[in-house]
Design a protein around this ligand. Structure first.
Ligand code: MN
Length: 290
């Protein structure tokens, strides 16, 4: 299945169309306090699968372009991210001492993982809003893994069993000396989309081509077969440190070719067997919630 979330609902994606299956949300447990950790829809996907397919059968197809796509996971507890996890990106970071702070250029086995704030998450039809336009801000395309069930200390042989699905992730990054979690947690700097491709539909995540262009200029071309720590390895690693909950996302790291984006750019990103997203880069807006 390919599941999208849009303003006001949930859809089953078929090509460039979707069928509205929002009624499935009524099957989720009503909210309790204190809340149960994890994204309720992702947690319930295995039991709701037949309901979703049934609702889709009764629903008319509508163009995806008629709705505003949000992140396909609405309430993740954690956005976990792998620092430098492709050798060619490590090489480019080592070579460019002006852009990449020395403190951040080490092998992933030493650095470990980091967290991005969940408030930084946006979907494919949102914009990337630059917070410090005077500072270099880069695109990073990454395969994003969405965890489907609570787990801890998962052995790598069983790691793919805990995956709900996969998305395109963009780990937007300000370069500089601050901690990664600060530089990568600004509102709109964690893109997830355009939809969730369930693990059964995607199959093996180890040979997927990734591409990212800015205004039509090729920037990143890579394949997940070149990950230093692969998807099962990352799940084993992350779950050794954190309990993983349904809806937690693991950004698996970016390959070489990272580069700056500025307001007015359009970022096109695609991952084989997932899809493509095309995002606007814009200036920050002031918001005060009442
Ligand atoms: Mn990254």
């Amino acid at each position: 299945m390919r599941l999208c979330q849009f303003e006001g609902g949930v859809g089953l994606v078929e090509g460039s169309e979707f069928r509205d299956v929002s009624a499935v949300l009524k099957r989720l447990p009503s909210s309790v306090y204190p809340p149960v950790r994890g994204d309720a829809l992702i947690a319930a996907l295995p039991v709701l699968r037949s309901d979703i397919l049934e609702l889709a059968r009764k629903s008319e197809p509508r163009p995806l372009s008629s709705v505003h796509l949000k992140s396909p996971v609405r309430a993740p507890g954690k956005l976990i991210a792998a620092p430098v996890n492709y050798q060619d990106h490590l090489d480019e970071a080592i070579a460019d001492t002006e852009t990449f702070s020395r403190a951040h250029v080490r092998r992933i086995e030493e650095t470990g993982l980091f967290l991005k704030a969940t408030s930084s998450m946006v979907g494919a039809d949102d914009a990337i809003r630059l917070c410090f336009p005077e500072r270099r801000t880069d695109h990073e395309i990454e395969l994003a893994v969405v965890i489907g069930q609570a787990c801890r200390n998962v052995p790598r042989e069983r790691a793919l069993d805990v995956v709900a699905g996969y998305c395109i992730g963009l780990d937007i990054t300000i370069r500089g000396p601050e901690e990664r979690s600060l530089r990568k947690s600004i509102d709109s700097y964690s893109v997830l989309g355009p939809w969730l491709v369930t693990a059964d539909e995607l199959g093996d995540p180890s040979g997927l081509a990734l591409e990212l262009d800015v205004d039509g200029e090729p920037r990143q071309r890579a394949n997940t077969r070149d990950l230093i720590i692969d998807v099962p390895g990352l799940i084993a690693f992350a779950s050794r440190w954190y309990t993983l909950d349904p809806g937690d996302v693991i950004y698996t790291g970016t390959p070489a070719g990272v580069g700056p984006i500025v307001a007015g750019n359009r970022v096109r990103a695609s991952i084989e067997r997932i899809g493509e997203l095309n995002m606007e880069v814009a200036a920050e807006r002031a918001t005060i919630s009442s």
